[in-house]
Ligand binder design. Structure first.
Ligand code: CP
Ligand code: NVA
Length: 303
């Protein structure tokens, strides 16, 4: 297994299968005497340059439940916010910490931190990727369906976002077929589509109804990701036809499940009716962040 988790391209198929199994075990054993403490005696830095509810809380609790000590660092309040370089920061932090979880803007900064530190670095979201989220999503789908290979996921909305990029990689790895419904202006990266990390196939259509046809899961995400606020008006205008509403949910398989990484902008990318319907599993995804991230930390940072 690679030292770091910077995107799902860091995982082999075997790593992925092991991660799914370990996540299930950690979830089952949470709060019991069997629960392992592989981070005992270790301190993990959590560096955040962007807002977060789920990721911050689940990592902080997760480190503690694994026996470690989490240190939350708001990057603007560190010397990084005053221009200390990423390599210098990495070389200092490795003298104190045993691992870093980082949420920031540029993927290159996360890569720089990883390249200059002997300890594992976990990407907790950049403009390009959100691996912890999509690995959790695959685990959640596995809980509902008992298998992943051969399933179809449809993703509606910003096809050029960190979530779309990450879903393409993880679906390839997991053998899930991913159909992205997105407009030309926010089309998915051809390069990522063609990575072929595994048997899952990725496709793109501008027709949201074609994307959701026969889908087992429909996924959506905010139209205005963190850092793109200045483009909000134009994004909302162009992405409007891709709103996940009842008509599109009904065009998928009758038992299709609704997924969203959250936070949701209700009334934009998803209607209240869809978000709150029986087919919605968005809060299961949120819970599973804790279990899957504990498994990721156990594999990368555990004794
Ligand atoms: N899904 C997710 O990463 O949520 P937060 O931004 O609240 O961490
Ligand atoms: N695409 C969203 C995901 C939030 C978890 C963003 O980057 O803001």
């Amino acid at each position: 297994m690679n030292k770091d988790l910077l995107s799902c391209a860091d995982l082999t198929h075997d790593d992925f299968v092991k991660l799914m199994e370990l996540s299930a075990k950690i979830k089952r054993e949470r709060g019991t005497p069997q629960a392992a403490k592989p981070l005992a005696g270790k301190s993990i830095g959590l560096i955040f340059a962007k807002a977060s509810t789920r990721t911050r809380v689940s990592f902080e609790i997760g480190v503690q439940e694994l026996g470690g000590y989490p240190i939350y660092l708001e990057s603007g309040k560190t010397q990084m916010g005053r221009g200390e370089t990423i390599p210098d920061t990495a070389k200092v932090l490795e003298r104190y910490l045993h691992g870093i979880v980082i949420r920031t803007f540029a993927q290159a900064d996360v890569e720089g931190l990883a390249a200059n530190s002997k300890y594992p670095v976990i990407n907790a979201l950049t403009d390009d990727y959100h691996p912890c989220q999509v690995l959790t999503d695959m685990f959640t789908m596995l809980e509902y369906k008992g298998k992943l290979e051969g399933l179809k996921m449809a993703y509606l909305g910003d096809g050029a976002s960190n979530m779309a990029n990450s879903l393409m990689l993880v679906c390839q790895l997991a053998g899930v077929d991913l159909a992205i419904g997105a407009p030309e202006e926010y089309r998915p990266s051809q390069k990522i589509m063609d990575r072929n990390l595994g048997p899952g196939k990725c496709s793109w259509t501008t027709d949201p109804y074609e994307a959701v046809k026969d889908a087992d899961f429909i996924y959506t995400d905010v139209w205005v990701s963190m850092g793109f606020e200045e483009e909000a008006k134009e994004r909302i205008r162009v992405l409007k036809p891709y709103q996940l509403d009842m008509a599109k949910l009904k065009a998928a398989k009758p038992d299709a499940k609704v997924m969203h990484c959250l936070p949701a902008h209700r009334g934009d990318e998803i209607t209240d009716e869809v978000m709150d319907c029986d087919q919605s599993i968005v809060f299961d995804e949120a819970e599973n962040r804790l279990h899957v991230q504990k498994a990721i930390m156990t594999m990368l940072m555990g004794n």
